[in-house]
Design a protein around this ligand. Sequence first.
Ligand SMILES: CC(C)(COP(=O)(O)OP(=O)(O)OC[C@H]1O[C@@H](n2cnc3c(N)ncnc32)[C@H](O)[C@@H]1OP(=O)(O)O)[C@@H](O)C(=O)NCCC(=O)NCCS
Length: 171
Amino acid sequence: MALDISIEHSVDIAEVTHLINRVYADAEKGLWQPGTDRTNVAEVAAVVQAGELAVARLDGAVVGVVRVQRLPGGEGEFGMLVASPEQRGVGIGRELVAFAEGWARAAGLRVMQLELLVPRGWTHPVKEFLREWYTRLGYREVRRDPFELAYPALQPQLATDCDFVVYHKPL
Ligand SMILES: CC(C)(COP(=O)(O)OP(=O)(O)OC[C@H]1O[C@@H](n2cnc3c(N)ncnc32)[C@H](O)[C@@H]1OP(=O)(O)O)[C@@H](O)C(=O)NCCC(=O)NCCS
């Protein structure tokens, strides 16, 4: 498998936005009001402009992305992790997480963070898979914040009460 992952500065913004929204519409089904998109071209363009978007290409085609950033507190964080639905289970997600961790180590960061949006009071199968997988990769829950406190402006777009679970892994 000829998988290349790198921070890209001139990627097709519309294509990436569509991939992220298509993947999240399925992965977060039931958490958001119908028609709520995960992101938009302006946000993705800003992420690319900031040099924070890593793109996975398989034989040249975009098959996944992850956003990497340095938080004000000095932790690394990855988010917007997606693998193309047509290429699941072949290691693209694992390689993207490894890239994000390598990026943070190279920047001298000692902790990697991720946030998982989970429904409060019931279990979402995709989130359960992610919790188990991230735990296997060495991530541990450090905090759980009510979504309405973290992002009050977005609360009306939720379809069910949710929490943000924050995970850390020492690098
Ligand atoms: C999360 C995601 C990126 C993983 O991508 P992927 O390329 O399919 O994942 P990989 O092939 O690297 O596999 C990841 C792990 O899941 C396991 N796995 C993959 N497919 C599986 C399946 N069908 N059944 C059980 N386990 C499976 C792999 O064994 C691997 O575990 P390991 O690292 O312990 O060996 C992808 O599922 C996705 O886009 N999900 C929706 C978006 C999302 O929720 N993102 C995370 C937001 S925090």
